[in-house]
Ligand binder design. Structure first.
Ligand code: PHE
Length: 343
């Protein structure tokens, strides 16, 4: 092999090398101790003595040039590898996916909003036991043992005299026995009824009870506070209706309806029956009324000296209307993302 041939082959091999390792093999094969260039050097010995130094010099210069080409090729492939690795690398300054921290449950959200409204008006928030005496749950609320209203509640009894409270109203009794008038409280909490779970019923649900008793308290105060509560929950233009009703522990009694926020009371959305109110234009939130004199008497208050109002609303019911949820079971199914989606 002569020098020109070696140079040509070397360049060819360099051109075909795509990484540092391949280039190193080229170096060993051509410029290494037992490589091609050594073969060419051996040829010097066959030349006439006068030509040997010149030939040696030519070979050395050629080797230097080839080494320079090799170094340039090495820099080229390393640069290309670096560029590729930079392109592959993720942007480490890019923000990571947000941590899942959950969200406040929509029922709790309603309770918080109701509590914020009433505490702003001087009411205290109190909590009561879920296991109640039947005396507090019924008798003290003017529901004697033979009263048909007891049957309708179909309660969970733990003992003949202990029941999972069927409403938050027994806390009216506990609070009034503990504190003399005047009194202004709300009571959020769980209530239990022997209902099979379906789209509209849960055997365990939430209510908020309200109670205000003092000198000269009248139905106007009840209306004013509940209209205010509905505006807090459904917006400043919420319209409220009081529909005559019956509860053993209030007289007179009224159901509280709020004008449907989805259809503005028309019962229709885009010419079809409103899903939120079922076409009636009104949403039923709960019961209310003036505290019955028998209830005041049962807790030691004088019905000739003080009067009061009370109400009880279902929290799931309010949350369903707020978020257009059609099946109450959604609140207890723990579907991932349910609460986050409504927050
Ligand atoms: N306790 C009643 C219910 O559960 C609601 C209510 C509370 C009505 C207070 C009047 C006064 O349906």
């Amino acid at each position: 092999m002569n020098l020109a041939e070696l140079t040509a082959r070397f360049r060819d091999a360099v051109a075909r090398s795509s990484d540092a390792r391949a280039l190193d093999e080229v170096r060993i094969a051509f410029l290494g101790r037992s490589g091609a260039v050594t073969e060419v050097r051996k040829g010097i010995g066959k030349l006439p003595p006068s030509e040997r130094p010149g030939a040696g010099k030519v070979i050395n210069e050629a080797v230097q040039a080839l080494e320079a080409e090799l170094a340039a090729a090495l820099a080229r492939v390393e640069n290309a590898a670096l560029t590729r690795s930079l392109e592959d690398t993720s942007d480490v300054t890019f923000p990571g996916p947000p941590a899942k921290i959950g969200a406040i449950h929509p029922v709790r959200h309603v309770a918080i909003d109701v509590a914020r409204y009433f505490t702003r008006h001087g009411f205290a928030v109190v909590l009561g036991p879920e296991i109640e005496t039947d005396a507090n749950n019924f008798d003290a609320l003017n529901i004697p043992p033979d009263h048909p209203a007891r049957e309708g509640l179909d309660s969970f009894y733990l003992r003949p005299d202990l029941v999972l409270r069927t409403h938050t109203s027994p806390m009216q009794v506990r609070a009034m026995r503990k504190h003399g008038p005047p009194i202004a409280i709300i009571v959020p909490g769980k209530a239990y009824r022997r209902d099979a779970n379906d789209a509209r019923h849960l055997f365990m649900f939430h209510q908020v009870e309200g109670l205000m008793v003092g000198h000269g308290i009248h139905f106007g105060h009840l209306k004013g506070m509940l209209v205010g509560m509905c505006r807090e929950l459904f917006g400043p233009s919420a319209d409220v209706r009081f529909r005559p009703s019956f509860f053993p522990f209030t007289e007179p009694s009224a159901e509280i309806d709020v004008k449907c926020p989805a259809c503005a009371g028309t019962g229709e959305v885009a010419a079809v029956q409103c899903r939120t109110c079922g076409g009636s234009g009104w949403i039923e939130l709960g019961g209310s009324g003036m505290v019955h004199p028998n209830v005041l008497r049962s807790v030691g208050y004088d019905p000739d000296a003080v009067t009061g109002w009370a109400f009880g609303c279902g929290l799931e019911r309010i949350a369903m209307k707020r978020h257009d949820i059609n099946d109450i079971r959604a609140f207890i199914e723990n579907t991932p993302g349910f609460a986050e989606g409504l927050a």
